[in-house]
Design a protein around this ligand. Structure first.
Ligand code: UDP
Ligand code: MG
Length: 322
């Protein structure tokens, strides 16, 4: 257990309400199993709860299954987004439509064990506002994903305004106050891991072993993870923008040094044949630097454009039980 601050307040689960938010994208196959597991884990905890399933534009039977289950289950409600907006948007939709004193976002594929919620609630009662799951081993992830995640956390925490704890996901329990703080953030780019850290509050981690997906396939492949990483870094750091002044300064210093060397060289040894190769290398190197710098500016500019347009984060097309 790792705490960022000691908790002081105490709360009671009696009379408190818990909201579960489940984003789902093509999860029809696993959904009945997941909901059964959630009920099994939550019944008997002595807390009233609701489950909000957000169908993020699935192309399979997810919403049909969700609706069918919701008709027989007064604690289950469902939202359908008008298309696939991405997990972050689906989570935001869920956070906007739940009213629990505690809110737990949880994956639909049982990779976030519902049994852990019992520990989350105990720590919430002890006064923590955010209780997050920490993956102790990621055997369920591919080597590629583990390696890239490691690099991502190192880079992100090296340059970000707020560090994010390694090996955490969206699986966590948040107090209502934290949810309201998140909902009040105006930005369109919802890099949740970063926003969770940014809002602060008393946070504590609970380790767990992350199991394999119960069924179905992951929606996050290589290119999507790369875009996700770029979204995260650009949202929480301007270091990639600022580094170019340093590159420029270093380049100028090197050029000056070389100029001095050339002057001395000409005075001592006389003029020799101009170096075509060195000229070419310097030219290519510095024009590539300029291209990279422009590309980095473009990444930020494009995101500013997204923010300025101010489009809604998601559009709801259907609801059940809401
Ligand atoms: N998900 C979503 N919208 C998407 C992609 C994923 O709502 O566009 C949901 C998905 O149904 C699951 C959770 O986000 O409940 C995590 O996705 P997944 O299991 O595919 O990712 P992984 O666990 O492999 O990182
Ligand atoms: Mg998963």
């Amino acid at each position: 257990m790792t705490a960022t601050a000691t908790a002081t307040a105490t709360r009671s689960r009696r009379g408190a309400r818990l909201s579960l938010v489940i984003p789902m994208h093509n999860e029809a196959e696993v959904l009945p199993t997941t909901l059964a597991a959630v009920h099994a884990a939550l019944d008997g905890l002595g807390v009233e709860y609701e489950i909000i399933g957000v169908d993020d534009g699935s192309t399979d039977e997810t919403f049909a299954v969700l609706s069918r289950l919701a008709e027989a289950d007064p604690r289950l409600r469902g939202l359908r987004l008008s298309r696939n907006f991405g997990k972050e948007a689906a989570l935001s939709a869920g956070l906007d439509h739940c009213d629990g004193d505690m809110v737990v976002p949880i994956d639909a594929d049982l990779q976030d064990p519902p049994s852990l919620i019992a520990d989350f609630i105990t720590l919430w009662e002890a006064g923590y506002d955010v209780v997050y799951g920490v993956r102790t081993e990621r055997r369920s992830d591919t080597f590629f994903k583990r390696a890239t995640a490691g690099v991502f956390y190192r880079v992100f925490n090296g340059i970000s305004d707020v560090p994010i704890p390694g090996d955490t996901g969206d699986f966590r329990l948040m107090d209502r106050a934290v949810v309201e703080a998140l909902r009040a953030l105006p930005e369109r780019n919802r890099f949740m891991k970063g926003l969770f850290a940014w809002v602060g509050f008393r946070q504590v981690g609970v380790p767990y072993a992350r199991p394999e997906r119960a069924a179905g396939t992951t929606s996050f492949n290589g290119p999507r993870l790369f875009r996700f990483a770029l979204d995260g870094i650009t949202a929480f750091s301007t270091a990639p923008l600022r580094v170019w002044s340093l590159v420029g300064l270093a380049g100028a210093a090197a050029a000056l040094g070389y100029a001095l060397f050339l002057i001395v060289h000409v005075l001592v040894r006389g003029r020799d044949i101009p170096g075509y190769a060195s000229l070419m290398v310097v030219l290519l190197l510095f024009s590539s630097f300029q291209m990279i710098a422009l590309g980095v500016f473009g990444e930020y500019l494009g995101r500013m454009y997204q923010e300025i347009k101010g489009r809604p984060l998601y559009i709801i097309s259907d609801r059940v039980g809401v």
